[in-house]
Design a protein around this ligand. Structure first.
Ligand code: NAD
Length: 261
């Protein structure tokens, strides 16, 4: 499988799943625009290392996905440096855990803006060029929480279900254009975000690391193991390949049977 001569944007790719996906796309030969927050020196190190190791053009945009005008500017910048955008991976996301009656309004708005609305504005910006070239791959990184709910995650679950709905509509609208639109729905993936949760839960429940992983974190993931970021990268790279041209409008669980119940 090759993605040579393809150009990609992966939002929220300075760490975790997004970086795993950007790495897989670059390894398959695609030019990649990274995006996300973090220490500028560390981001530059990641960018340069990926470019050197894979030999592809790797750029970085600091665009804030909570701001629609920044999202649109990121797409314009990618089109300007790469000449086009063939692949858009909407991955940036944040979480806040609280009961509905205590959920802060600003967190609700921020989660909806980053996890869902940015997907819409980025798609809107890339679609005209994709249509003109007769090729496009749009992948939403949703979640098992795009398919099922959990208490205390109202904004996150609403946004993730929104990504799944948006995927279906876009796939139907674009079905005859050569553009596919799919969502991937990971269960728990081993990322810095989740590593932090393990440490917090060890303290909160007075459990050791293995017990926290088995009972607290992976309680809902029947295969009792984390998805690795490289697995997410491989799934997304396949969905972006020519051989996946008939796969569109799906929401693919990568969750160790979490949503099989
Ligand atoms: P992470 O915190 O490691 O990475 C999130 C990325 O998004 C970072 O690069 C961060 O800088 C970026 N980001 C945050 N706010 C941003 C903003 N306003 N603008 C631009 N970039 C921003 O998290 P992760 O675990 O890799 O999660 C990535 C995606 O996968 C999210 O959409 C998340 O909901 C989803 N997901 C994660 C898991 C999991 O278990 N880790 C499971 C299911 C779904």
């Amino acid at each position: 499988m090759t993605l040579a001569n393809k150009a990609a944007i992966v939002t929220g790719s300075t760490s975790g799943i997004g970086l795993g996906i950007a790495t897989a796309l670059a390894e398959a030969g695609a030019s990649v625009m990274l995006n996300g927050f973090g220490n500028p020196d560390e981001i530059e190190q990641v960018r340069a290392e990926l470019a050197t190791r894979t030999g592809v053009d790797v750029r970085y945009s600091a665009a804030d996905m909570s701001d629609p005008s920044s999202v649109i500017q990121m797409v314009k910048d990618a089109e300007s440096v790469f000449g086009k955008v063939d692949i858009l991976v909407n991955n940036a996301g944040i979480q806040h855990v609280a009961a509905i009656d205590e959920f802060p309004a600003d967190r609700w708005h921020k989660i909806l803006a980053i996890n869902l609305s940015s997907n819409f504005f980025a798609m809107q910006a890339v679609i005209p060029g994709m249509k003109a070239r007769g090729f496009g791959r749009i992948v939403m990184v949703a979640s098992a929480h795009g398919l099922v709910g959990s208490p205390f995650k109202s904004a996150y679950v609403a946004a993730k279900h929104g990504q799944v709905g948006l995927t279906k509509v876009a796939a139907l609208e674009l079905a005859e254009t050569g553009i596919t639109v799919n969502a991937v729905c990971p269960g728990y993936v081993r990322t810095p975000l989740v590593e932090g949760q393990i440490a917090d839960q060890m303290k909160a429940h007075n459990l050791d690391r293995e017990e926290v992983i088995k009972t607290v974190i992976l309680g809902s993931q029947p295969n009792k193991r984390f998805v690795e970021v490289a697995e997410m990268g491989a799934v997304v790279a396949f969905l972006c390949s020519d051989m996946a041209q008939s796969i569109t409008g799906i929401s693919l669980p990568v969750d160790g049977a979490w949503t099989a119940r």
